[in-house]
Design a protein around this ligand. Sequence first.
Ligand code: NDP
Length: 246
Amino acid sequence: MTQNEKRVAIVTGASRGIGAAIAERLASEGFIIVINYSGDTAPAEALAKKIEAEGGKALTAKADVSDANAVSRMFDAAETAFGGVDILVNNAGILKTIPLADTSDEEFDRHFAINAKGTFNTLREAAKRLRNDGRIVNFSSTTLALNMPGYAIYNGTKAAVEAFTHVFAKELRGRNITVNAVAPGPVETELFLQGKSNEQVAQFAKMPPLERLGQPDDIANVVSFLVGSDAGWVNGQILRANGGIA
Ligand code: NDP
């Protein structure tokens, strides 16, 4: 039995992209995984089956993270199935780049509802319900350091996530729960590729001195470190994983 066995990890937005890679990686390390998503059920179910086939344990939980009641029910489901929650990975997020002048009220609200309030909703639930000795990993973005045109709303949501991370790490004093955030650079997922030409993608790939796009596993490696025992003294930090862009 590994040290992680029976430790329960909720990974939000785990049906594809970075979240799916995190779910698989943590499952391979013995964590029981709650695969959260809000849209199409099929990829989440397929991932759960894959994890189970590889000897892991997983539950799918459809919940829009921007809906506080749905988030609460997801924690209920995890507690009912597995007895509690130890790890929260707040990976769910959306991105649509739009110049500020062209941004609709709806796009502004949708980004803040999912990226910022979604993270707030799960953090608030975790404050009440995470077992001691737990770990929380939030998701910011290296775009916050790059200040590229079109990223104002998205960066605003991620600035909120970084602020939550710093304060929440202190609010959990006494429970031996760490709260950190990962801030990836460009990672080759649907979120990143959507709406970009091949030339734009190639330009992003050239940005890091390591001269490639990040892959979901690059980020899963970092999350694995942060939720593992080696990161026990890392708390309240934002860890950029971007091949050296910024
Ligand atoms: P993807 O679009 O590939 O995957 C997003 C995941 O989140 C999907 O599983 C999606 O499933 C889920 N999701 C979306 N909205 C919600 C919601 N309201 N509630 C619950 N789940 C939801 O994104 P990535 O894997 O690329 O991004 C993951 C995180 O990494 C995000 O926070 C993003 O901001 C951050 N990031 C990504 C970078 C990149 O270059 N890819 C760079 C920097 C940061 P469904 O649609 O079914 O809900």
